[in-house]
Design a binder for this molecule. Sequence first.
Ligand code: SF4
Length: 697
Amino acid sequence: EKLVPDQTTRTVCGYCSTGCGLQVHLRDGVAINLSPAADYPVNLGMACPKGWEALSVLHSPDRASEPLWRNEAGELKPVSWDDALKTFCSRFQNIIREHGLDSVAFLSTGQIPTEEMVLLGMLTRFGMGWRHGDSNTRQCMATAAVAYKQSLGFDAPPYSYADFEESDLLIFVGANPCVGHPILWERVLRNQREAKIVVIDPRHTETAQAADLHLPLQPKSDLDLLYGLANLLIERGAVKQEYIDEHTNGFADFAEFVSAWPLARIVAATGLKAAEVEQLVEWIATSERVSFWWTMGVNQSYQGVRTAQSLINLALMTGNFGRPGTGANSITGQCNAMGSRLFSNTSALLGGRDFTKPEHRQQVAQILGIDETRIPHSSGYTYDQILEAVRRGEIRGLWIIATNTVHSWMQRDETRETLAKLDFLVVQDMYHTTETAQEADLLLPAAGWGEKEGTFINSERRFGLLKKVARAPGVALADSHIFRLISHYWGCEALLAPYDHPAKVFQLMKRLSQGMPCDITGIEDYAMLEQAGGIQWPLPAGSEPPAVERRLFADGKFFHADGRAKFLFDAPLPMPEPATDHYPLILLTGRGTVSQWHTQTRTAKSAVLRKLYPAGAYLEIHPRDARERGIQPLEKVEVSSRRGRVTVKAMITPTVGRGQVFMPMHYGETNVLTLPHFDPHSRQPSYKDCAVQVRRL
Ligand code: SF4
């Protein structure tokens, strides 16, 4: 029988950071289908295949529907919630008793609502007293967060999506929005200003193919190019000196530093043609509104923070900040990466504060009504440092929430061996079949997107409202419910007791944001968010009702104490693992398709999405590199690095340059090969520059 909906409600998508609005059609309170929301200011009636298929992945035999405990025979078997939570607390508490508070940690996610992040952050840091915990946003957004904070004084992507439509020159660096953010690319295509599009990327991506100018630079030579662009612009006098003088610090030192990058050095370092570089300089110099956009090609780099800051520097020196169609703009990855950056209590103290600042600790203690001594003085270990501590036996108990570490971290086989060293591994997830869940001693079944309420914060800083439109399977519970139960079993229930509904946590978030750059005290409640179609931060109490378009720094005031932005720079670093005779190709990794999300944990559950993407892992290789190795199209090849070897299909294509190969992140094989190395400021992994060899089987 065909079900006819009797009600419709609007929610936001739970995959990427675009934050599209979706109309969910319900029957008796349960979703039966959905369509993109035409009246939502983000997506204007559009959605990508993942959004269209968002409901189908909820119904899967792989859903974790009851707690599972690994028995003595090594099998995961069902247990009651009561037993699961008693075990959770007794095992972790025993480890802490024996080895101290530094022997436990948690790893969380950018995929759960902000309200749940707040509860988890409070529970772990202030309730259970854990010192170490990080989010998987370390893998995607840590670089942008640190770059903004150092340069502008706060982790503050300045733009609005309207800027895609209002720019005269859009420069995408290490970004492929056609695939990574397809609805944002649709916004670019709505630009009526005859804008030029430039793509700076080693790969001839879908976005590069649509660009007016593609600069296929050598991997990790972006800093040389960006410093060189700054120098050439200064040489031709194409800087806004008045803006620089009024709103920034450090330009004179920066100008002197980049003077060492004449055109010849840029060409030698990047492999680009002089005419291509000169063309870009000409366009930046003569365009009224220039916007710089970046994603993982910049962030996932051993020098990502300085690369992001070199884009910020270019925008500052050319006065491209705070006006329509301008900005140095990091596009986030996960649906709630921004929520994690500001409210997860991992790298930043609640509300985007700093654990190291006494006044920030005092503020949070006062708002929560807790003793200040319960707030740690540092953010603790980062993701890589947590895994390293597990490896050396210092951390013995780990709680992983809504992320698939074994698949997504580098050097997959060693990561699995690392987790096996733990005395106790708890995984909390929607699915019991992820590579990480398979390693768990205890699995806590969680409700997913669509099965609970809360807010996500998208790339343009918009709080979007998430609705409950489906029932979680079996006895799976919302993560927030699990956190509150744990607080009860642990003995710190008073801390979370006032927050028994996401709407109450949202009110707490407002108080935590007050006086900070992300102040949202002007958002009354969920009803106001619903009515407005989401609201961008900041919206302090007493401000005008929200406009659709809201960008930061229109007044030229940045978040450092003196109101000025900083020019920050460093010499480029050598690539840690360059190509050699034995490993002559550089492996690039990234998003391969609009139809799959990250490790495919959810999206592989949709038959439609599976059909839109090859089932097995593949490698893109340049025709001449393939010919030299005698490789035929779609033939099986072995790809090896110093970490391991995998067998994949060869896709012969000039999309990649000579000496480079590409593998999508969505397949487990890719991270068998990747090299664990990190940006020194953000500790973000550099996924896109390890040396490999490819040979016929
Ligand atoms: Fe929109 Fe991203 Fe969801 Fe696709 S995955 S519908 S682009 S929010």
